[in-house]
Design a protein around this ligand. Structure first.
Ligand code: AGP
Length: 608
């Protein structure tokens, strides 16, 4: 996925485009580029690497350029390596475009263009869009017709902004199944992948629909429907916005955001406690309490938080829960029933697989609930009901505080559903809510204060090329999130394994000094997981036990034990996650990696 932006106005478009791209960098940062209406036509400057590279090249090579209109792009490579030639914008004849999305039929379209004499420079699907538009524009001289014809050729998802060399100071755009907003500000008009790019200039934006074409100049923004008729769109007024707030003295966003976990838990849950009881919209708790089954659908860390939610709904409300990987669910859904309920979890609210799964469920007339951290995002807008985590802006690509906030919200939502269903008493619900909002943040603070010890453990355990995390039940769900956190920023190959499953094959990979992190909480399966730790210890693995109580059981099953005291065993995982977030952070830092922008990743995956 990528970020696109267009600007027309009286300000220096280089400054405005670069500024907007920096706000979109969370969507991908393999390469970047801009196309500008300069004195002698369209000037395109693009390169692999960060947006700052473009800024530097423009200053070094084009310091004199002044443009009041242009487009920009920050890329997360989908088709074609992240190199200079594959970076956007892509040009063909009189046309220059930037694209977010994936064109699934680009190879056949590329061949058709080549048969008409087009010579391609890049490996990308996006360059084909530029070629198609230019071919039709050369034939007809009609911008709208060339854009509409091109859309009709494309299969896949796209948000495209385009310049035409002989339509100076105009930016055109169109979209299908991919986010695109337009915004009018005091000193210029914008097109962008999302509101983040313009939030410092305005509190409102327009949402073109799939198939619409947008025509923008410094003086106007016009929308045209699929039949070419101009249409009016009411602006969305933003009343609730996560404002970027910088690192606030921390060396990295990730560390800052880990330290914001206690506040994120409090801020997320306090709005849902009234007179000491978990309280939600009546329709919401009734829908959940009456559910035959709840499906929790998400990706990555959000899915891992959802798995903890499964534990809570099943234990407290007695509702069966299925957790589904959104990229699988959208194509291979289970048999769904009309009294099933669907919770879609997303920090960004823009994840393509989660949004597509939401649309599929809504198309069947089923009730959808979004748990989202980003107001005004696609998933927040499209669900029947939305509950916000209040973690604040999460900038580091590796999600931390959002995970703790998501799991906390699911915990208190499960209690809300349980009260509605009558499966927990008000006394129990109030006591658990108090532990969540008032005691759990304090337990997290204790871990945060222990960062040097956690750093020492990371140095001891993260020296190998691989690392295993084992646990049972919710401990396994936390193992999955802890494994993801470590691998995505340290690049160590990590695997999370159900502790009882390890012996069915994978234990063959255990050799002397391979680190195994055993996560053990509660009473039910304690001895079982300890046995599993003993099995790997017997094969000379290096075992770190992370557990919820002081223990003498570790003598033969762990080289180190880290004890996390938590107000309730069901809240252990939300708390212990902070240990693993710091564990991963120190490991990646020790290896010299960029903890905030790991290689190959993006903060919001807006393509399949
Ligand atoms: C989290 O550390 C990852 N970067 C990634 O797995 C992320 O959780 C996933 O892409 C889902 O994103 P979302 O919560 O914005 O939908």
């Amino acid at each position: 996925m990528c970020g696109i932006i267009g600007y027309c106005g009286n300000e220096d478009s280089v400054v405005r485009l670069i500024d907007g791209l920096k706000a979109l960098e969370y969507r991908g940062y393999d390469s970047a580029g801009v196309s500008l209406f300069a004195e002698d036509g369209i000037l395109t400057v693009k390169a692999s690497g960060r947006i700052a590279n473009i800024d530097t090249r423009l200053a070094d090579e084009h310091s004199g350029v002044h443009a009041e209109c242009g487009i920009g792009h920050t890329r997360w490579a989908t088709t074609g390596k992240p190199n200079d030639i594959n970076s956007h914008p892509h040009n063909s004849g009189k046309v220059s475009i930037v694209h977010n999305g994936i064109i699934e039929n680009y190879k056949e379209l590329k061949r058709a263009c080549e048969q008409q004499g087009v010579v391609f420079a890049s490996e990308t699907d996006s360059e084909v869009i530029a070629a198609l538009i230019n071919l039709k524009y050369t034939e007809t001289g009609d911008v709208m017709q060339s854009l509409r014809w091109t859309m009709a050729q494309l299969t896949g998802s796209y948000a495209v902004a385009a310049l035409f060399a002989d339509r100076e100071k105009h930016v055109f755009a169109f979209r299908h199944d991919n986010p695109l907003i337009a915004a009018a500000t005091a000193d210029g008009n914008y097109l962008a992948s999302d509101f983040a790019a313009v939030s410092k200039y305005t509190d409102r934006y327009y949402l073109p629909e799939d198939g619409d074409i947008v025509e923008m100049t410094a003086d106007y923004i016009k929308f045209f429907d699929a039949d070419g008729n101009e249409k009016q769109i009411e602006p969305v007024v933003v009343t609730d916005m996560n404002r970027a707030d910088g690192k606030q003295g921390y060396p990295h966003y990730m560390l800052k955001e880990i330290h914001e976990v206690p506040r994120a838990i409090r801020d997320t849950c306090k709005d849902h406690i009234y007179e000491n009881l978990p309280t939600f919209d009546k329709e919401l708790t009734e829908k959940l309490a009456g559910a035959g089954r709840i499906y929790i659908i998400a990706c990555g860390t959000a899915l891992n938080a959802g798995k903890l939610g499964k534990t809570y709904f099943e234990k407290y409300a007695g509702i069966p829960v299925s957790c589904e990987t959104a990229s699988e669910f959208r194509y291979f859904p289970p048999i769904l029933n009309e009294n099933d309920r669907f919770i879609f979890i997303s920090q960004s609210g823009e994840t393509a697989d989660t949004a597509a799964s939401l649309r599929m469920v809504k198309a069947r007339g089923l009730y959808t609930i979004a748990v989202v951290n980003t107001p005004n995002s696609t998933i927040a807008r499209e669900a029947d009901n939305v509950i916000y985590t209040r973690a604040g802006t999460e900038t580091a690509v590796a999600s931390t505080k959002a995970y703790n906030a998501q799991a906390s919200l699911l915990f208190i939502l499960a209690l809300g559903a349980a009260l509605e269903k009558g499966t927990v008493s008000e006394e129990t619900a109030a006591a658990l809510a108090d532990k969540l909002v008032n005691q759990l943040p304090e337990a997290v603070e204790t871990i945060l204060a222990d960062t040097e010890k956690i750093k020492a453990l990371s140095e001891k355990y993260c020296t190998a090329h691989s690392c295993f995390f084992i646990g049972r039940g919710p401990d396994f769900y936390l193992a999955e999130e802890s494994s993801l956190k470590l691998k995505e920023i340290s690049y160590i190959h990590c695997e999370a394994y159900a502790a009882g499953e390890l012996k069915h094959g994978t234990i063959a990979l255990i050799e002397p000094d391979v680190p195994v992190i055993s996560i053990i909480s509660g009473d039910k399966i304690r001895s079982k997981t300890i046995n599993n730790a003993a099995e790997v210890k017997a094969r000379e693995a290096k075992v770190l036990m992370v557990t919820d109580r002081d223990t003498d059981e570790a003598e033969h099953t762990a080289d180190d034990v880290y004890v996390i005291h938590c107000p309730d065993s069901d809240l252990f995982h939300i708390c212990a996650a902070v240990f693993f977030q710091l564990f991963a952070y120190h490991t990646a830092l020790g290896k010299g990696w960029d903890v905030d922008k790991p290689r190959n990743l993006a903060k919001s995956v807006t393509v399949e």
